[in-house]
Design a protein around this ligand. Structure first.
Ligand SMILES: Cc1cc2nc3c(=O)[nH]c(=O)nc-3n(C[C@H](O)[C@H](O)[C@H](O)COP(=O)(O)O)c2cc1C
Length: 159
């Protein structure tokens, strides 16, 4: 028997490690470090050459990314809180800085370095992004709490 819901787990971002990626001007991933691959649940080879929105989480408002691209195209540094989607459907929160990589004074690509986010901040940003998305798209995020005993019973039926 199948349970009629999916469960998505949050992955903790380790304090001492930075999550790094680079992308070309069209947003295609050109490099990821090992931590990026580990946290997102992909192999580096599955990410290189993919558009960076492979890890876009549906909870992220569109306007954040419009602002990101406007800012970096302008040569400025964008920073902000991002909820990212793991390959297994789970998610992780990061504080990201996105900027231009310069070579011989010319822009060659973009890079992003990300750090962990506190639980309080992630909750605050989730609320804010829910509001923004509701304004932008007219959609509402629904969260379902399930009693642990009922969940265990449903899982036992599955086995
Ligand atoms: C260097 C760099 C890093 C990025 N990192 C992320 C990221 O971690 N998560 C994400 O959802 N989008 C990231 N983006 C933005 C994506 O390119 C994309 O704009 C976003 O996922 C929204 O998808 P959409 O433009 O197809 O709507 C990054 C862009 C650049 C240039």
């Amino acid at each position: 028997m199948e349970t009629a819901f999916d469960m998505f787990y949050e992955t903790e971002v380790p304090e001492e490690e930075l999550i790094v990626s680079r992308a070309d001007f069209s947003g295609k991933i050109t490099y990821v470090n090992e931590t990026f691959a580990d946290i997102s649940g992909y192999e580096p080879s599955e990410l290189i050459g993919q558009p960076h929105n492979v890890i876009r989480h549906p909870d992220m408002p569109k306007s954040l990314f419009t602002d990101l691209w406007d800012t970096i195209k302008n040569g400025d540094v964008w920073h902000g809180y991002v909820k990212n989607l793991r390959k297994d459907g789970g998610y992780y929160w990061v504080y990201a800085r996105v900027s231009t990589v310069m070579k011989d004074k010319k822009p060659v690509e973009y890079k992003s370095v990300r750090e962990p986010v506190s639980r309080e901040k992630a909750t605050e940003m989730q609320d804010l992004y829910d509001k923004l998305r509701s304004e932008e798209e007219g959609t509402t995020r629904v969260v379902l709490y399930i009693n642990n005993d009922k969940l265990k019973a449903a899982q036992a039926l599955e086995e």
